[in-house]
Ligand binder design. Sequence first.
Ligand code: SF4
Length: 694
Amino acid sequence: VIEAGQPEHSVVTTCAYCGVGCAFKAEMQGESVVRMVPFKGGKANEGHSCVKGRFAWGYATHKDRIVKPMIRDRITDPWREVSWEEAIGRAAGEFRRIQAQYGRDAVGGITSSRCTNEETFLVQKLVRAGFGTNNVDTCARVCHSPTGYGLKQTFGTSAGTQDFRSVDHSDVVLVIGANPTDGHPVFASRLKKRLRAGARLIVADPRRIDLVKTPHVRADHHLQLLPGSNVALINALAHVVVTEGLVDEAFVRERCDLQHFEVWARFIAEERNSPEATQAITGVPAEEVRAAARLYATGGAAAIYYGLGVTEHSQGSTMVMGMANLAMVTGNIGRDGVGVNPLRGQNNVQGSCDMGSFPHEFSGYRHVSDDATRDMFEALWGRELSAEPGLRIPNMLDEAVDGAFKGLYIQGEDIAQSDPNTQHVVAGLMAMECVVIQDIFLNETAKYAHVFLPGSSFLEKDGTFTNAERRISRVRKVMAPLAGMADWEVTMALSEALGYPMAYTHPSEIMDEIARLTPTFAGVSYARLDELGSVQWPCNDAAPEGTPIMHVDRFVRGKGQFMITEFVPTQERTGPRFPLILTTGRILTQYNVGAQTRRTANLVWHDEDVLEIHPFDAESRGVRDGDLVSLTSRSGEISLRALLTDRMQPGVVYTTFHHAVTGANVVTTDYSDWATNCPEYKVTAVEVRRTNHL
Ligand code: SF4
């Protein structure tokens, strides 16, 4: 007799939230999940989990799930439920009409870092081969695209250098622009364990995050810099290394491009990059910077961990290269305990980038203009492929507003809430003639859509996710798709209706194709994953069991390349009208736009975004703790409650973007990273006033 709540069997799968990629056992009664239990055999989490993965999976069967396809002629019309055939036929017909009327490049697609590698791969295949354009982009555009760019320039590969286990060997840890306690809790626990065992800690963050001072952990240095000054700070740290004789000369001589190093060393040694000269930019006392640089360079194995506080700036890519410079000049690459490690936000950010979701790159980060690569894809896909890079998400929206871009297929993304300057995003969506949304909920973006294709949650499909340490893990189906089709099947149906049929019978066959076309995935198969549990790419003949640490004997690009990292201030300026700087982040119990975590009944989750403000700034505006305040920028205005806290420094305020009702991105700007267009979410000039209404 099975009692209520007692599992009959369990299935090992992977958490669908953050980039740690914890393995879980889904304990089942029939097709119902009873519990999610962290899996001891999971190499990323070793039996640990946080509240989100453990308790916030109920959204999969929430009453808000849309399980019937829907269409409408105009966005002011009510939705009409239709058959899959009619919905797919409408989407394909509209895309074909738009291409016939406005040209092949008037349409495009957006993939999701929440979806599996296989689903992402299919969307970019549909866009490149089915639509015949490279107008495909991923939501990684708005988070870690500078990581891809910066690490490729310096090291030769667009990924972090270490596995999580590596931190157990670190003597010094430099955390920049990341709040692991809230954003990557299971990794944070591992890091704190190492710190309690004696590793030293440097935190560079505008906020006094939990890591700065928490039970039994205290940062040696908190470099509480002003938002927008990252590059000045990293240059100052490197300046100390170079001018105080702390360079690892043997490493630089053997492993790095010496010509580039010499040019860079002259640049970084200039007085304008010194801690004293940059103090007015960063707000960090020069002596504190000097002490932190000495600790990083001489304290033993030193690792850098970073997050969106690095990438979401107009100089995001420059900052990534600045961290790579610092690691190379001190020899902190290619062994346990060191490295440059992005803490990826979403569960499959790394994977969605690996799978060729960028408009200029096929899977494995090979440029679309490379003839040999294109020949290989054309031979297998049976279509001529464009050698011209396509549009990025912001360019799609700009061109839509200008009237040239007309049709968009979005799988698993809510750009109307997550992307910056909501008014501009909405204007772009409203200017399009066909917006097709594939999602599990009727999200904010769906307000501007013409076709809604029901998506499937991670519990309803087979596939793989790739976490922040390049670890590819299986996602296993525990229940049938509520809408009757898994996401990969929907993309296949759409592709067939567009006249480009695909013939997969299971996601494992998609992975086989990925392995065939992508050298870093050449040894990956579902059989290998079942055998090993998970594997870190590169996984191929040279490394059949995967690669925990990269760049061990040589950099992927050959010699490591130092890059000039000139500090350029953001164009966003404070002034009399907008005297404060807003920066944004997350809390532990919510996940991104909150679509999943807000639909869980298991815990008392935070129910609103709040504005953290220093008591000094609050008092001068007559704002008390808990007051409603309006937050105004050059882009727009929102209202939310004030939380007075000395976590903030005077002049800087902070909020999260988990709730559509608050709409934090109404106030963020259009400025973006010079190399990748990653939005500058982290620096917005604002003013705060008391108000009476939300
Ligand atoms: Fe692990 Fe991240 Fe999921 Fe938490 S949200 S259980 S840390 S993967």
